[in-house]
Design a protein around this ligand. Structure first.
Ligand code: ZN
Ligand code: ZN
Length: 480
């Protein structure tokens, strides 16, 4: 086919939009050998794509290495399914992700079980498959490169990422004697900062010295950080002043602890009284809370941030307490999982509080299209919502904020990409289709790498100098 070089990697993503992260990298070495490396193995959560969860477009036993960027279901949710279907290699992640992933995967089985019980949906995997998965995990330190193979051709290094504790930017470096090496950098879900720990920036030599291809997320690729309005503190203060009952659905990992820290700061600043009761209900979140506060500090958090619990906090662990919280019309703040309202205690609290006129429901993060949260948020005030088979009139005030988001916005992603002096190629993924295209135009205009494209439908062949092969037989759509 008239290849210019025999050393390259074909990069393709299984996911077209936000969820189901799974990037397949097929490395072809000049001696004709091939290695298949997966970065992430996530669950599809968008309604249109859930069918894709049931199979892989490759043979799992043919995958040589699996690397995980961070502990979110859209990046880890199908690992036990991959193992069940024959993957036997190691699963590489940071040491903190190694600790966080266990409760997440076992909780995932519970979610399958409840969906099986309610809708007879087939279970992708069981706790036995999670047990087998855990045995394959290998945890690594940040910034310490390791070779994944005995020939020392594939080097993996994790760098810090503010998206979550344990989250990483992944650098893959591919070597072959006599050839210049190939550098591929995967941002994972990316943020440059986190309220709980300091984020080291990428070392200078990674940014300055060599040609590099970046596979970049774009969840908020159509929005600038200046567009994010900080409304949470004000909304909560006003509701407490009006003696309202407040419910905040929160994601178990990250958001729960961040919202608690925010409420604690409000108490410390005297914005709300410490006499207002705070409740938290979320079994998985409680496990993460313990890891956040643990003196062993396995997550590498800042000392002062580990004391994040607000005053007057009660952890709710039983239905009886839940019912009494709902029945009493006193001023209080209830934090509950899940963040989108689709699972867990939120399924009880949200319909109950929606019908109360002296309540505020405050969402704290992304609401997917088919979630209970989105249905509640988008319903007209006074209209009737269908929630879990009940009709509920929307009387409560309902608010939303994206200020807690742990994703970089478009301008921050551009700043990140501008650090690379020899940025040859940018492949954009993890965004809604229109967002990815919008962001790719921005990359072309503001950074001018040699080649920019949107990952999804096509695979891209990357060599030591970036985009490698225009005669390759697969369709591709470079952005002009
Ligand atoms: Zn994530
Ligand atoms: Zn993600």
């Amino acid at each position: 086919m008239g290849e210019k070089t025999k050393f390259y990697v074909d990069v393709s993503s299984l996911h077209k939009e936000v969820t189901g992260s799974c990037i397949l990298n097929t490395v072809r070495f000049p001696d004709g050998s091939k290695k298949m490396i997966l970065v992430d193995c996530g669950m599809f959560q968008e309604k249109d794509y859930v069918e894709l969860n049931k199979s892989f477009p490759f043979i799992p036993s043919n995958i040589d290495h699996l690397i995980i960027t961070h502990n979110h279901m859209d990046h880890i949710g199908r690992i036990p399914f991959l193992v069940k279907k024959g993957y036997q290699g190691k699963i590489h992640m940071t040491k903190a992700t190694q600790v966080l992933i266990k409760p997440a995967l076992y909780d995932g089985v519970k979610v399958f079980q409840s969906r099986y019980d309610s809708f007879n949906e087939p279970m992708l995997y069981t706790t036995d498959d999670v047990d087998s998965t855990i045995k394959l995990i290998e945890g690594h330190e940040y910034e310490k490169g390791i070779f994944l193979d005995t020939e020392e051709r594939i080097k993996l290094t994790f760098f810090m990422n503010g998206h979550l504790p344990g989250a990483a930017i992944v650098l893959l470096q591919l070597y072959y004697p006599g050839y210049k090496k190939i550098n591929l950098l995967f941002t994972g879900d990316y943020s440059s900062k986190n309220s709980f720990f300091d984020v080291n920036s990428l070392p200078k030599e990674i940014c300055d010295d060599e040609p590099i291809t970046v596979i970049c997320e774009s969840t908020y690729g159509d929005m600038n950080s200046s567009e994010i309005k900080e409304v949470f503190v004000n909304n909560i203060k006003e509701a407490v002043d009006a003696k309202k009952q407040i419910v905040c659905p929160v994601f178990s990992l990250g958001r729960t602890q961040e919202v608690m820290l925010k409420i604690k700061q409000m108490q410390d600043e005297g914005l709300i009284s410490k006499s207002v009761p705070i409740y938290y209900q979320g079994p998985l979140g409680c496990k993460y809370n313990l890891l956040y506060e643990s003196t062993e500090n396995v997550l590498g958090l800042n000392e002062n941030a580990r004391n994040f619990y607000p005053a007057n906090l009660t952890i709710v662990t039983n239905k009886q307490k839940e019912h009494s919280i709902i029945a009493k019309n006193d001023c209080k703040i209830v934090l509950c999982s899940s963040g989108m309202g689709t699972y867990g205690p939120s399924r009880t609290y949200l319909p109950a509080f929606l019908s109360k006129s002296n309540a505020l429901i405050h969402f704290t993060g992304y609401l997917s299209e088919d979630s209970m949260g989105r249905a509640i948020y988008e319903a007209e005030p006074g209209s009737v919502c269908q929630l879990l088979g009940q009709e509920v009139k929307k009387r409560a005030q309902v608010e939303y904020t994206s200020e807690f988001s742990s994703h970089a916005k478009a301008d921050e992603l551009i700043t990140f990409l501008k650090r690379f002096k020899h940025l040859k190629c940018v492949l954009i993924n993890h965004g809604e289709e229109s967002t990815k295209h919008e962001f790719s135009k921005r990359v072309v205009n503001e950074i001018e790498p040699k080649f920019t494209a949107v990952l999804g439908e096509y695979l891209y062949r990357i060599g030591p100098y970036g985009f490698a092969n225009k005669s390759y037989n697969t369709k591709y759509q470079p952005v002009k």
